[in-house]
Write a protein that binds this ligand. Sequence first.
Ligand SMILES: CC(C)[C@H](C(=O)O)[C@@H](O)C(=O)O
Ligand code: SF4
Length: 464
Amino acid sequence: MPKTLFDKIWDRHIVVPESSAHPATLYIDLHLIHEVTSPQAFTVLRDRGLKVRRPDRTLATVDHSTPTLKNADGSRPFVTEQAEKQVDRLLANTKEYGIETHGFDSDYRGIVHVMGPELGATQPGMTIVCGDSHTSTHGAFGAIAFGIGTTQVGHVLANQCLLMHKPKTMAIHVDGDLSDGVSAKDVILAIIAEIGVGGGTGYALEYRGSVFEEMSMEGRMTVCNMSIEAGARCGLIAPDATTFNYLRGRKFAPDNFEDACEDWASLATDDGASYDKEVHLRAEDIRPMVTYGTHPGMAMPIDGMVPAATDDAEEKALGYMAMTAGGPITGAKVNRVFIGSCTNSRMDDLRSAARIMKGRKVVDGVTTIVVPGSEQIKIEAEAEGLHDIFTAAGAEWREPGCSMCIAMNGDKALPGELVVSTSNRNFAGRQGPGARTVLASPETAAAAAVMGVITDARTLKGAA
Ligand SMILES: CC(C)[C@H](C(=O)O)[C@@H](O)C(=O)O
Ligand code: SF4
């Protein structure tokens, strides 16, 4: 029987099949951990006298609570003592249990979803978990990758398995050619606007069609990253030559690489396989997107008019965002710009932002920070001179981390400020109490920085 990509990977990892009495027991190939969701799990492990079952299948970093500024003496100005303690505990826990950790002394430290792929730890056909909802990012490699809670982090540390009900499958097809100036971020925002923030609930998404086939790994990661914002715990793209070329030569890439590629290529959904649901979008219909409300489904084309609220929650969201239904979103005054996060902090993203900022100046009073997703990206971007373009424009070039995506590390916006952000969540207060977030692509964010108002980057010379 023809099978989907998801089913093939799922079936390879079943230890005990699902029954009416219990969920399936799924073997986990890779467990990523960070400082926020692991301390409690290690405490339970220690209290129960358990060992980490596969330290060699576990990989740690620090990202959420880490400051993105560094003092002249190399020390880091943690926002609170608690944040520093959280990081110290991660480092102590992973040392005690013999887990490879990319802390401040590593050239690979970074946002966990940036680091895994960079090390080649993320591979096609794997099951990958992390105590973090944006683990869906790793699905870009053709892996079943999803976020888990702290209790489950403990389960996976102890036995490398997870109890799980099999989700349904949904194919999201985007075929055709994207217009100039339309990026991966715009594609995923258009998908979420179409299916809604609950549209993917209970499903594993598979992104299919020429748009994803032609997309870079960076773009595929941007798309899969936001699967969770459509309610799906995971989203996948079939592994192909783009995937293999990205992984070749990386630290954890398999020794028998060509054989591995042959196996990975066989994972693609078979002709004639069926999904529980299928959705189709036309690439030509997708325009650069921005959000105008307080969840990622409230997204609109940047050159459109803010839609009228359809219920009380949307009415409230428009009020919070100070948006006027029926009016344009371009021209809205911007206070801050954040370019970073596990959605858009990779080389492609920084290059796109730099193309717009090059030779331009950030408008006075628009605080703009550019935060590479990892030490590797910082090194590569600096070698390419991107940091010079940003700083010459008047933006700040920071140390890697989650930064203003989550505002738990000192980077945040003030009440009432409008932030154009390349991150993935625009919930009320996400970037600081009372802060208003507009999610956008790196191009749109960079255009906002140099114009001081929400701007369609396609109207600027040098764009695209
Ligand atoms: C802190 C962590 C648990 C959280 C997540 O699960 O996604 C964070 O990364 C986020 O983006 O909100
Ligand atoms: S960058 Fe943002 S979304 Fe990604 S893991 Fe960090 S806090 Fe979560």
